[in-house]
Design a protein around this ligand. Structure first.
Ligand SMILES: [Zn+2]
Length: 241
């Protein structure tokens, strides 16, 4: 299961599958549209339904090529032929915050001459944060990026996944940044880039919107100093639902 079905078919939320392996509280499927998470981004959630009932999936544990779909505590363990459903609303929330983290990163990268991301986290609670290596910066300048981020949402820029040769990509400055959500090079050595039209292009294996206009408005809630070098920018949806 090294194939990211969620990358090949981003709009696939429901499909048939077969259980290949089970253990208490988890199953491996022959195919799955779940995004496994990684790099600070939470995994998809959803359900596996079969003739024995419905089991909620809380997250994915990756064990090489095997993706363990971890079930809610006490849930029955599916077997045989099943129907997989990915929670579309959860996916949209995470993809929105994650896409906006690319936008934030693009502005920081531009304004502070290539500042590096040292960490990122996107939760399922409508909140995210990014850490940047920015020793000498007035925190108000970071807070002020909220306006430009929301302008990008209003402008509705297309977001596309493109695949390039991994070796060549490594030579282009700024393309492969540390924030990347475990970008899996494809079996033929290509790297997945996320291109936000006219704004940013970087390697990433996470889930993203198809257009920035799909995101709800964002608010930067806090900028903190984390040690001498790091700034932590916290953000969330401006209209918590
Ligand atoms: Zn990404």
């Amino acid at each position: 299961m090294a194939i990211y079905l969620c990358h090949d078919q981003p709009d696939l939320y429901e499909h048939e599958a077969t259980v290949l392996e089970t253990r208490p509280g988890a199953v491996v499927l022959d195919r799955s549209a779940f995004h496994p998470g990684g790099g600070g981004q939470v995994a998809d959630v959803g359900t596996i339904e079969w003739n024995g009932g419905v089991a909620p999936v809380t997250h994915i544990e990756m064990d090489g090529d095997r993706w363990w779909h971890v079930l809610a505590e006490g849930a029955p363990v599916p077997s045989g032929d099943v129907r997989v459903s990915v929670d579309a609303e959860h996916r949209l929330g995470v993809a929105s915050l994650h896409t906006m983290s690319h936008v934030l990163n693009a502005f920081v990268f531009d304004e502070f001459s290539g500042a590096l991301v040292t960490g990122a986290q996107i939760g399922s609670d409508g909140r995210g944060r990014m850490d940047f290596d920015l020793p000498e910066v007035d925190n108000d300048r970071l807070r002020a990026l909220e306006g430009p981020i929301n302008e990008v949402i209003e402008r509705g820029l297309d977001v596309q996944a493109v695949y390039v040769d991994a070796e060549q990509a490594a030579k282009i400055d700024g393309l492969v940044r540390s924030m990347s959500v475990a970008p899996p090079p494809t079996p033929d050595g290509r790297l997945r880039l996320i291109d936000i039209d006219g704004l940013d292009r970087q390697a990433c294996g996470g889930t993203h919107l198809a257009n920035t206009g799909q995101s709800r408005p964002i608010r930067i809630t806090k900028v903190e100093n984390k040690g001498r070098h790091n700034r932590r920018v916290r953000f969330e949806f401006a209209d918590p639902s």
